[in-house]
Ligand binder design. Structure first.
Ligand code: UD1
Ligand code: UDP
Length: 358
């Protein structure tokens, strides 16, 4: 039986790999988890291992934060050492972070097969670090797990052989389906914040191109303040540490936003599911809002998840205050009867079928 190494480095990778890990365990497959340590704060890391009940990582490279080159280089050399020691058959990565690129590159150079979960996404914006990571990872992978037909078409158009691509759905659907009812049983995240269902907006913002640019970040906060004024509803923003750091550095202020620490997965699912509207620059949150049928406004100039826009669940607003207001109004007026384009919640099973069978 193949020995599989599952690489995780950041919050979304842990959440989206959890269904694959659970399936590997269910089949008593030979595998271990290699954590790069890109995320290390309790509420971006360990809380998800505990809540999603996944085994501890066998290795943690503790690469921490740094410039792109520093962080990726530490991941690359750290992963290589582990691969030389363990000699696995397959390495799995998920998404588009520096951990994904570092893991995939270390493996392909050692002729270890690479499986890329969530392959074929493109924003066509090469200024985003994630876009570079996606393209390079796809092009050094042996197994490309495309979440949708559209992602498969993109990969084919870039010359990836069809035999290497499988359309599996996105593992985020598995994660939402497996955890939504548990989220309902947990002490209510809404009570703690004094919120009523469908009477607040939920915001997340952490992308480098938004929060590391003072003008863009200030413009978004201004737009959100205006929304709170117009709609007279609380706006809850669980804030990523990158963004908190920038708010402090740039001395930005917002009168109307409620900033809270990052939330655990079950609590965050509750907050998403009960929101009237979600505004975000996160990839995973665009998908989850679509799956949960909560309208979404994307605070970016593009998306690598166009399926959400095509089904009517999402709109691309950019970062101008007037655009944010106009797009929010459009989404609030829209019926939420769209179909989830990301699959049936069995992506984890399909991915494990392929790597154990191959
Ligand atoms: C990374 C990914 C991004 C993904 C996000 C998920 C890359 C290039 N970016 O961005 O695609 O959407 O994760 O959340 O891989 N920090 C902490 N605690 C932590 C981790 C980070 O305080 O556990 C702070 C540090 O100040 C650090 C900053 O956040 O400098 C940014 O962390 P980094 O890993 O570079 O990128 P993210 O913004 O987390
Ligand atoms: N998330 C969470 N708590 C939070 C904010 C987000 O559990 O306070 C989860 C969310 O449900 C989604 C994932 O984190 O599954 C998205 O990660 P993030 O936005 O950090 O990264 P991206 O998806 O943009 O790469």
């Amino acid at each position: 039986m193949n020995l599989v190494v599952v690489v995780c480095g950041t919050r979304p990778e842990i959440i989206k790999m959890a269904p694959v890990i659970t399936e590997l365990e269910r089949r008593s497959a030979k595998f271990f988890i290699l954590h790069t340590g890109q995320h290390y704060s309790y509420n971006l890391d360990k809380v998800f291992f505990e809540q999603l009940q996944i085994p501890q990582a066998k290795y943690n490279l503790e690469v921490g934060s740094g410039s792109h080159a520093e962080q990726t280089a530490r991941i690359l050399t750290g992963v290589e050492k582990v691969l030389l020691q363990e000699e696995p058959d397959v390495l799995l990565v998920e998404g588009d972070t520096n951990s994904v690129l570092g893991g995939a590159l270390a493996a392909v150079k050692l002729h270890i097969k690479v499986g890329h979960v969530e392959a074929g996404l493109r924003s066509y914006d090469r200024t985003m670090p994630e876009e570079i990571n996606r393209i390079l990872t796809d092009h050094c992978s042996d197994y490309l797990f495309a979440p949708t037909d559209k992602a498969k078409t993109t990969l084919l158009s870039e010359g990836i052989p069809e035999k290497n691509i499988s359309v599996t759905g996105n593992t985020i659907v598995d994660a939402v389906y497996q955890n939504l009812s548990k989220a309902g049983q947990k002490p209510d995240a809404l009570d703690v914040l004094n919120l009523r269902s469908k009477e607040y907006f939920l915001v997340t913002l952490h992308r480098q191109e938004n929060v590391d640019n003072r003008q863009r970040f200030a413009s978004i906060l201004h737009g959100l303040d205006r929304l709170a004024d117009e709609f007279k509803l609380p706006i809850i923003y669980p804030i990523h540490p990158r963004s908190q750091k920038r708010i402090n550095d740039y001395q930005l202020r917002s009168q109307n936003l409620t900033l809270i620490d990052p939330v655990d997965y079950l609590g965050f699912l509750q907050l998403e599911n009960n929101a009237r509207l979600i505004l975000t620059d996160s990839g995973g949150v665009q998908e989850e809002s679509c799956i949960l049928r909560v309208p979404c406004v994307t605070l970016r100039d593009n998306t690598e998840r166009p399926e959400t826009v095509d089904v009517g669940a999402n709109i691309i607003a950019g970062v101008g205050p007037e655009d944010i207001y106009r797009c929010s109004k459009t989404m609030l007026d829209r019926e939420n009867n769209w179909q989830n384009p990301f699959g049936d919640g069995k992506a984890g099973e399909r991915i494990v079928d392929t790597i154990l069978g191959g």
